[in-house]
Structures are given as structure tokens and as C-alpha cells.
Design a binder for this molecule. Sequence first.
Ligand SMILES: *Cc1c(COP(=O)(O)O)cnc(C)c1O
Length: 293
Amino acid sequence: DGNYHGHSDGLLAAAGSGVATLALPGTAGVPASVAETTLVVPYGDLDAVREVFAARGDDIAAIIVEAAPANMGVIEPPAGFNSALADIAHDAGALLIVDEVLTGFRVHPAGEWGRQVDAGFGYTPDILTYGKVVGGGMPLAALGGSREVMEQLAPTGPVYQAGTLSGNPLSVAAGLKTLELATPAVYEHLDAAADRVIADLTSALSGEGVAHSISRVGSLFGLAFLADKPGDYQQAKTQDAHRFTPFFHAMLEQGVNLPPSVYEAWFVTAAHDDEALSRITDALPAAARAAAA
Ligand SMILES: *Cc1c(COP(=O)(O)O)cnc(C)c1O
């Protein structure tokens, strides 16, 4: 619930930021017969996942989950959550698809999967999906998985996959160059830039007495106008979301273009140098006053 996996009919059920911002229950145009092939459970609730598997396990092909959710605001995955999902799926003969479109190559050189392995919660997903950073700003997406799964794709297997932009040489060149330039120093810079923005954001909002929390996954973070970090979509939706509009516009008037919804994650980049970060620092107090008002 609240995870977003792209513009694919069966996965637009309860799908996070775009629909959250517009207060849509799902989306029009998806036949019920397609939507009902996706079972939605609350994020972070392993008992709910086990219940669904107990009831429908024989019918379930796969679990799909964001490696760390970042389309309902950022939610910090409970420790070991993804590895527990892997166990539940594998015990039932199902696959685990881990969506790293947003986190891949961003929060760690090996994505959120790598961060969780480093934290002692290693697991083996069957399919990993990538987008965004992997194309270095050009339109590109990628997927990978075990040999057994990948051999199902045409031409070695029966699953057709193709597209006008598939393997687009310009996008692939930009993506490869980006990954080559994403050195350990870049990741250190991203973490430090996130530290700074988070510290400034906290002090500006606290200074105005605005109840808020900041959830963080590596250099990726999200603001919620809620005193405690939300753990799932239902909690995220209880925040004072109306504070975001004046906050956003006060930042924009000062030349800082934030993500345009409180349910979107904040990204820092290698281009956020000291001067750029100082502009953010300088803009925050007025925005915090606007949010408080
Ligand atoms: C952006 C995003 C996608 C990609 O969706 P598209 O329809 O390809 O834009 C998929 N998953 C996650 C987690 C995303 O953030």
C-alpha cells in the first residue's frame, strides 16, 4: 500500500505519490479484472503478508516492493523487512521483485539492497528493477535477476519484451558514463549534502514550532508534517499536508525548486556544491515561517 511501481495497469492499485497528491483512489481506465490480480497489503506488516500467503499462496506469482518506499514520502523499511519478504515468497515458491528504480545507484553503489546487506540483512531477490539514476538523466530503465528468471525473456524464453526505446544507445551511453563517474567520493558527498540539508531543515521547522519528521534512507530523505516518522501509507496520510504548499512556494520564490509534493522524496546530487547548499540553507527560515502560518 503506497508503493509505486510505474505506469503499469496491474500495479496502479494504491500506488503512492501521484495518486496521493491528487487524492485519487487508484486510477480510471484499469479494468477490475486487471486490478484484482494485485493484492495490496499495508507496508511493513509481515503478518498481513503471511495472512495473504496463507489464504492465496498457491495463486501468488510474486511479491513486488520498493526497496525502500519513497513515493508516499520516504518510509524507512523496518530492519530485515525485505529479507523476511524474500523468505515468505521463496517458501511459497513465489518470486520477490525488488523495485530499485528510485534507490538504485543512489543510496549506495549497490542500491538499497547493498545498504541492507551492509546492515546485516542480506537476501536474494529474484528480480531487481532500475530507472532514474541508471540513465544519468536520459530515459532508461533496466532489470536484472537470477539466470533462471532472465532466461524466461525472449529470445531465450517465452516472455516477450521489447520497446521503441529499449537499449537506446544514447541513454545507455549516458547511463554507463554516470555509473563510471559515481565514485565512492560522490557517495560521500551525497551523504554529507543530505546531512546538511536535513540539519538545516530540522532547525528551520523546529525554530517555528512546526511538527515534522524526516525519514532517511542513505542520501534519500523525505519530510512529513507529522511528529513521528510514518511507517506506512495510512500514517503518512494523517500529516498536515496543507503546510507543504506555502512551504514549497516560499522556497520556489527564493530560487529553490523542491519536489512538488510532500509525498515526493528529496534528492541531493553531485552538483549540490557548497554554494548551492547555502542557497537552500538561506531559503529555509522563510519557508518554515510560511509552513507555520
Ligand atoms: C519512478 C518510479 C518508477 C518508474 O515508473 P515509470 O512509470 O517508469 O515512470 C517505478 N518504481 C519506482 C519506485 C519509482 O519511483
